[in-house]
Design a protein around this ligand. Structure first.
Ligand code: PLP
Length: 399
């Protein structure tokens, strides 16, 4: 028998499969609102000006040596300031174990492997719904998964009561995966007040919050404001974990630039934890890539480039907010009797439209509009040029 004869094709990734289908469609009207990557108002990928400038500074000056096992020290330092705050006492006290990671996915996976190795009896509570890859990550790391209530389909908002119940009912010292801001796929975040209540309840239960922060800056346009949930937990003196990604907020998708950090009890613990994270990375990929890390640390280290970055993040967030407004207004002026308030209430890159898989299939088959079957619209793919076409198609299939 053939050696690999038993290998069946893997199921298509629900998100990446959408782009494949989009690319194969010859229609000139086609619209891709599937993938979570920012596009400008012409539907084109964007390289930020701050990134171009950082690359000009690197050009010709970079040697190709390995980074240390834990990655670029400078990049990690800057990342911690973004997440924990410029003047964080936890940074000063060296209580944070942090390593450069292969973007947000790699940071989550490294944490999941750490969890499996050092807390073998623990589980991970994951929100319903969530970014589909979260399930794959904790599955492959062999950490058992539980889910907790998050989204309320009728109101298309947060099921806060259900969420609080699940937090209370989980065994003490449970691990919870929280989206720090701009929840994917729902675009629904707790309010500041709700975050405070969540943090309070976590304290009572001794739960451990692991923040996946893939969209810092994309929710409000201001990375500092988008770190609010994490800062509330820090004020309440939790230990936390955090996965940071520069894919979206610096447009560094393919560079795989990210950071994993774990706030420990003291410096000694942090040193031990960091050394173990490096041990996990070593047999997988040895050390992380250098180029993206350098771009990030140059931008965040230079006041001028950093303020340019902040301006550009805000520009991306503002364009998306503008498109939310336009999509909603178009639907309303077409006379749709349904409520589309959630389009502008939800935040971040995605709109969880409430459309059924059958309605999404009609959008694709009849209108060449591509998106995941859970009804998630990537607002980054909506432009001045296609918003009316998209609204009309949505109106037709939801009549
Ligand atoms: N976490 C969430 C919630 C995401 O939506 C994404 C990307 O879509 C990621 C993590 C990781 O992205 P990356 O690995 O490209 O940083």
């Amino acid at each position: 028998a053939s050696l690999f004869g038993h290998v069946e094709p893997a199921p298509k990734d629900p998100i990446l499969g959408v782009t494949e289908a989009f690319l194969a469609d010859p229609s000139p009207d086609k619209v891709n609102v599937g993938v979570g990557a920012y596009r400008d108002d012409n539907g084109k990928p964007v390289v930020l000006e701050c990134v171009r400038e950082a690359e000009r500074r690197i050009a010709g000056n970079l040697n190709m040596e390995y980074l240390p096992m834990g990655g670029s020290i400078k990049m990690i330092e800057e990342s911690l300031k973004l997440a924990y705050g410029e003047d964080s006492e936890f940074i000063k006290d060296k209580r944070i174990a942090a390593v450069q990671a292969l973007s947000g996915t790699g940071a989550c996976r490294l944490f999941a492997d750490f969890q499996r190795r050092f807390l073998p009896d623990s589980q991970m509570y994951i929100p319903t719904p969530t970014w589909s890859n979260h399930h794959n990550i904790w599955r492959d790391a062999q950490v058992p998964q539980r889910t907790f209530t998050y989204y309320h389909p009728e109101s298309r908002g947060l099921d806060f009561a259900g969420l609080m119940d699940d937090i209370k009912n989980a065994p003490n010292r449970s691990f919870f995966l929280l989206h720090a801001c701009a929840h994917n796929p729902t675009g629904v975040d707790p309010t500041e007040e709700q975050w405070r209540e969540i943090s309070y309840q976590f304290k009572i239960k001794n739960h451990f919050p692991f923040f996946d922060m893939a969209y810092q800056g994309f929710a409000s346009g201001d990375p500092e404001r988008d770190a609010k949930a994490i800062r509330i937990f820090l004020e309440d003196r939790h230990q936390i974990g955090c996965a940071q990604s520069y894919a979206k907020n610096m447009g560094l998708y393919g560079q795989r630039a990210g950071c994993l950090s774990i706030l420990c009890e003291d410096e000694m613990q942090a040193v031990a934890v960091k050394s173990q994270l490096q041990q996990i990375a070593r047999p997988m990929y040895s050390n992380p890539p250098v180029h993206g890390a350098l771009v990030v640390s140059i931008i965040l280290n230079d006041p001028e480039l950093k303020s340019l970055w902040l301006k550009e993040v805000k520009g991306m967030a503002d364009r998306i907010i503008g498109m939310r407004k336009a999509l909603r207004e178009n639907l309303e002026s077409l006379g749709s009797p349904l409520s589309w308030d959630h389009i502008t209430n939800q935040i971040g890159m995605f709109c969880y439209s409430g459309m059924t898989p059958e309605q999404v299939d009609r959008l694709t088959n009849e209108y060449h509009i591509y998106m995941t079957r859970n009804g998630r619209i990537s607002m980054a793919g909506v432009t001045t040029g296609n918003v009316a076409y998209l609204a009309n198609a949505i109106h037709e299939v939801t009549k």
